[in-house]
Design a protein around this ligand. Sequence first.
Ligand code: NAI
Length: 338
Amino acid sequence: MTNQRMKVALFDAHGYDRESFTAANEHVGHQITFVEPRLTGETAPLAAGHDVACSFVNDRVNEAALAALQQGGVRLIALRSAGYNHVDLTAAARLGLKIVRVPEYSPYAVAEHAVALVLALNRKIHRAYARVREWNFSLEGLVGFDLHGKTVGLIGTGKIGRVAASIFRGFGCRVLAYDVKQDAQAAAQYADLATIYREADILSLHVPLTPATHHMIDEKALSTMKRGIMLINTGRGALIDSRALITSLKTGHVGAAGLDVYEEEEGIFFRDLSDKVLQDDVLARLLTFPNVLVTSHQAFLTREALSNIATTTLANITAFERGEKLENEVLAQQLIQP
Ligand code: NAI
């Protein structure tokens, strides 16, 4: 082993990050500084003197942040995520900063969370839990439906969508899928979006956020969906136009929504704001619906996923240190790919 002494500033560090990175780094030996604030233009100078800035999904890695990182000596941005929509790739390329990511850490973690949202919403577990704690043992309003025989629509049959397809097939669901690239191995029948919107009882989103997928679930798409549809989003918040979703929930056109991501989650999710007044009126409205379940971008949060994220991130950093080919590099031209 070479003298692995890359200095890494790990932003938005939480207790679980410290645990997983400290364990994975034990035999690797990079020097990690855990930095609590999110990475933004204002906090980027905290990385001065480090070789690497390690970033998570709600950082704002824009041109100002990247320029400040570069000025402080950072040469590599190591994302602890698969998604890279929070990074200005063009500015990074211009500044000569390399970007690496963790393309796969546990598709099971995310797909299983999507299914957890479906089951909880369908059988109203969140309401039942609150009721019995107040000794209200009534079943009124808790009627669900059999998943068996229902149609599930999946948008995106990449790593996560494929796992979701297999799980839903296990429940006896008919699985329809849409993807720009079809995968012959997927446990799903491919269909166009119009068919999926018309026939799906449950729709789950597993595509990345790109200009092509931004607000793909808008007023028009929602209006063509089957009345009472359950919408699940563990992809990225801005796949859905949240205001249009609220309108559809109010009319009952959307029967339930399980949201692990929200388009304005930056600065809200991952934080304890229980002492504060929530300033985001759209999120506040979403949280008033009994048939909406919001989780705070936690679909990835399993022990296995955290361990894989730490191991791959450290391996990405080691490859950079050794001047090896960066297998997990994100290139600026990936912006224009689907
Ligand atoms: P993947 O890259 O394996 O699969 C994405 C699929 O989307 C590909 O098959 C691709 O062809 C398809 N696609 C891309 N653009 C499309 C378009 N315009 N229309 C239709 N299909 C399109 O990615 P993976 O690992 O399955 O992850 C999917 C997304 O899940 C990530 O991009 C990320 O945003 C999100 N994610 C969320 C997490 C969470 O904790 N909530 C954790 C990990 C990922």
